[in-house]
Structure formats: structure tokens, C-alpha cells
Design a protein around this ligand. Structure first.
Ligand code: SF4
Length: 127
């Protein structure tokens, strides 16, 4: 459960490196999808096709997140860039894996909970 190969795949060839907070979010969402899939879909070694699709989508959203280094938790986001069906799927994963993160990845869980209390970032391009 500790390796997160999908989060580390190069996803923006030729583009500037992602800010550290987005890289950490990619690792966290990968871990959460893996926890959820492992427990609910039998994806012990690799996520199932459906979870892999969801994860690829979530990682792509993070690649394109307009908040960059100011990004906080997606739940605080004033934009919500996910398509409605994907948003409901990732929320389901978060509800299941969120409480379990404290056992698998306690530092990631602490970071996530701390950021959930932060105020939402201003929309990019607005002051
Ligand atoms: S939901 Fe908001 S914070 Fe999350 S990736 Fe999309 S734009 Fe960024």
C-alpha cells in the first residue's frame, strides 16, 4: 500500500514541475484510491479498471489545477473542476478511505485534515 506509482508517473512532459503541494495531493489521492479499491473491489496490487480511470482523472485534474501552490483541499475549492459523476465517485472514495488514512498514512491524513480547515483560496485571476 505504500508505493504510489501512478502518482509518480510523468504527466506533464515538457512543462514546469508541479508545486510540492500538488505533488503531495497526487500521492494522497493515489493512496486513497488504492485503499478504497483494495478493500471494496479486490484491487490488492493494482486498482481495478474503474478505480484506475477515476485515479487517472483525479491526477489529471491536479495537473491542471489553476490554484497551483495556493491549492488547498479540493473540498474547499470554489471552482470544483470535476465532472459531476467523477465528483461523486471521488467523494465516495474520500468518505471511505479518509478515516482509514490515519492507519495507513498518518502524516498524509494529518496534512489533509489541517488543510480542510483552511479558508478556500481566491479564484485565480481575482484579487
Ligand atoms: S477541485 Fe479545485 S482545487 Fe481541486 S483540482 Fe479542481 S480546481 Fe484544483
Amino acid at each position: 500500500m505504500r508505493d504510489t506509482p501512478l502518482a509518480n508517473e510523468p504527466r506533464r512532459p515538457g512543462r514546469t514541475p508541479l508545486p510540492p503541494n500538488i505533488r503531495k495531493d497526487k500521492i494522497a489521492v493515489t493512496a486513497m484510491v488504492r485503499i478504497s479499491c483494495s478493500a471494496r473491489h479486490g484491487g490488492k496490487k493494482e486498482p481495478c479498471a474503474s478505480c484506475r480511470e477515476l485515479l487517472e482523472y483525479a491526477l489529471q485534474r491536479l495537473d491542471l489545477c489553476p490554484f497551483g501552490e495556493n491549492k488547498t483541499a479540493c473540498s474547499q475549492c470554489p471552482i470544483h473542476c470535476y465532472k459531476p459523476d467523477m465528483r461523486s465517485r471521488i467523494q465516495d472514495v474520500m468518505r471511505f478511505a479518509g478515516p482509514r488514512m490515519v492507519f495507513y498514512h498518518p502524516w498524509m491524513a494529518l496534512r489533509h485534515w489541517a488543510r480542510r480547515g483552511a479558508p478556500p483560496p481566491p479564484r485565480p485571476g481575482r484579487v
